[in-house]
Design a protein. Sequence first.
Length: 323
Amino acid sequence: MKVTNILPLAILPFFVACMNDGSSKEEELPNNQVTLKDYNIIIAPDLSNRINMALYPKPIHDTVLISNLIAHSSDLLTLNTRRSGQADIYKIDFINRGILNGTSFEPKKMTIDFNRFENNQMDRVKYIRQGLKSDEQQFSDEVKRVYDYSLKNQTGADVWNYFNETVKTSLVDASPKRIQSDNNILVDKKNNNVVLLFTDGYLENANKGKGYRLDPALIAKIRQDFKASRKSDLAAFIKADSAYALNKTDFNLKDVNIFIAELVDRSLDKYGVAKEQPTDFQIIKVVWEKWLKDSGSPNVKVVQAVNTEQEFYREFEQFLKTL
């Protein structure tokens, strides 16, 4: 067997199964080639005053959504017809890592790592059956502690710098690792970095310089200018004027897929009726997508606050399926 970046032989039967599954995306590849994608899921919560439900109420608290997602970790292992050898990782990352200074939080308690079993599949199976549930609960409990602490100790969140600098250390190598088996099946195994960002979409605590903020004042200006222009295409209007843009990051986000969740539109009243047109969310969505795609991200999805945890999970699961 010729191997590049060696993977355990135990997972090769899975690759053959994938090739025979008509629903798999790999059917578009040559008959002797298959691609398997794993997920490095980085959960990055904006712990600014947006987490104060008294100030910015929303249907479901972040911690409930995060706990629900982690509880589905074993389900996500089978995403896209995967059956064995998955190297998925789930972990909390801090936009402002200063929160770890002088506190008792343990990042390891907020990490579930299947990649550590790459060379021992028996231990991996045993862990899923006997240890995963308790680790999921520990993960959720520690996240709740972080939110409780952050609510009492506000630090702000520099989201621009998070994507420009901080996220680097949480990424894994996204280069495909190729295996060529004795029966001439080529296997490309690839990790997908996925940042799940919880934010309201308003960048108010970052650098005050032009191109680093997306605050209510700038959103109001974009809305006013768009109305005055009498144009009909909001996205085209925003993209055509660099004055509305966030500066692209110096760090190339080419290996980072980004799912932005829980945007709470302040231009809606308590009944969900728009007080302004276009709404804050419509403007924010265009600006964020342009910024992150200009910064190199291949896949960006921006969604508003959901009404149920099931809706959130479906949205995120669908995003993973498209990668």
